[in-house]
Design a protein around this ligand. Structure first.
Ligand SMILES: [Ca+2]
Ligand SMILES: [Ca+2]
Length: 392
């Protein structure tokens, strides 16, 4: 009894499928079963079911002609058996162009061969190639990232030292500013002298490039002619030292612990320079990951920074490089980088998609990380075991 029931149910399903008018997707099947009449999807009218796909547009919404080009702005569902289904605009039906690999859109003209099997084979090959690329990209990252991790330990120390120096220089400059105000208004008292001595010891204890000017700030120090000018010169020296250290500090931001985590799949890009010349020969772009993207005018020989790294992290395979140079009479330049998976790191394109806003497509192994739904996890585990990866 049970078997008979399933058999009848199966026949019922088969019958329903065979009744499905041409061009109707399985999701819309229920809308085409109410024989002997058909109600337009917008409920505007009910017509004879024989008017469905009779190559005459009866419904305003075109729902009675899912398989012909009689109604405008409707769609046709290609079953594409053996491959992926596809939805095309109805005006592509019988237009002598093959839009479905099965050729079912050209049911009247009959000009298309069924190429779904070939498409499937191509897809399989593409998948295989992608899998191979992901495997290579994974190996590439795993081989190079530990070197940067090792370097990171050393760089982090430098980063901390610079951070301290910057703090001290800031304190010194603040003190110098208040001393300058006093000297400028003709005051040079004992307190000023003590403050100068304090600065002197701060300079020597923090291994800043010390000069004879600061060394002479002993308790017996007496102010000589030209002191003010010399003092201003020293302040300028400290300011430029600050500037230099601040730049160095910015370049080492990658080695902050949080950034190492954020960019763990892209660390191999540190210290790389990737160039790209535009096909029209106008510009060459110089991309220094974790630093900047510079546009070099090949004819003008002019360099413009169009984006600087801001340690914002790579989100959804995109990263912003804000804070480029300001456009003349316009906004600050910035770049949005789109990361794509590839074994090699290369710039594919750079375009100014809006005023002073650039978009760059950059292929690199790091971007292969999260597209691996069907990634061979066993392989990954085996590789990790073999390479005996050391964590920091
Ligand atoms: Ca019709
Ligand atoms: Ca067609």
């Amino acid at each position: 009894m049970k078997i008979l029931f399933f058999f009848l149910f199966f026949l019922f399903i088969l019958e329903r499928q065979s009744e499905l008018p041409r061009g109707v997707s399985p999701e819309n099947r229920h809308l085409y079963l109410n024989k002997p009449t058909f109600t337009c999807h917008d409920q505007s009218k009910t017509i004879k079911f024989s008017y469905v796909n009779d190559n005459y547009c009866d419904c305003e919404d075109g729902s009675d002609e899912p398989g012909t080009s009689a109604c405008s702005e409707t769609t046709f569902y290609c079953k594409n058996e053996g491959f992926k289904p596809k939805i095309i605009f109805s005006n592509r039906v019988n237009d002598y162009e093959c839009d479905c690999c099965s050729g079912e859109d050209e049911w009247e003209t009959g000009v298309c061969e069924n190429t779904c099997l070939i498409e499937l084979q191509k897809e399989i090959e593409k998948e295989k190639e992608l899998k191979k690329q992901r495997k290579l990209a994974f190996e590439f990252r795993e081989a190079r990232n530990p070197k940067v991790f090792k370097l990171a330990q050393q760089k982090r120390k430098t980063l901390t030292t610079i951070e301290k120096k910057l703090q001290i220089i800031t304190q010194i400059l603040n003190k110098c500013n208040s001393i300058f105000q006093k000297i400028h208004s003709g005051v040079f008292d004992q307190q000023t002298q003590q403050e100068l001595q304090q600065i002197s010891s701060m300079v020597s204890s923090s291994s800043l490039s010390s000069t004879s000017f600061w060394n002479q700030m002993s308790p017996k120090f007496t102010r000589k002619n030209g002191f003010q000018q010399k003092f201003v010169e020293e302040v300028h020296k400290l300011e430029s030292q600050y500037q230099h250290l601040a730049e160095k500090y910015l370049q080492l931001q990658l080695f902050k612990k949080e950034n190492l985590e954020l960019y763990q799949n892209y660390l191999y890009l540190y210290n790389q320079v990737i160039n790209f010349k535009t096909p029209d020969g106008e510009y060459e772009y110089i991309f220094k990951p974790f630093i900047s993207l510079v546009q070099h005018g090949l004819k003008s020989n002019n360099d413009v920074t169009i984006g600087s790294w801001g340690s914002l992290g790579i989100d959804n395979f995109q990263e912003n490089y804000p804070n480029g140079e300001q456009c003349w009479n316009g906004p600050i330049r910035k770049v949005l980088i789109h990361f794509e998976c590839s074994v090699n790191s290369e710039i594919i394109s750079i375009e100014e998609t809006d005023r002073c806003f650039y978009e760059m497509v950059f292929k690199t192994p790091g971007a292969c990380q999260d597209i691996d739904d069907d990634y061979d996890d066993d392989y990954k585990q085996q590789f990790l075991k073999k390479s005996n990866k050391k964590e920091l």
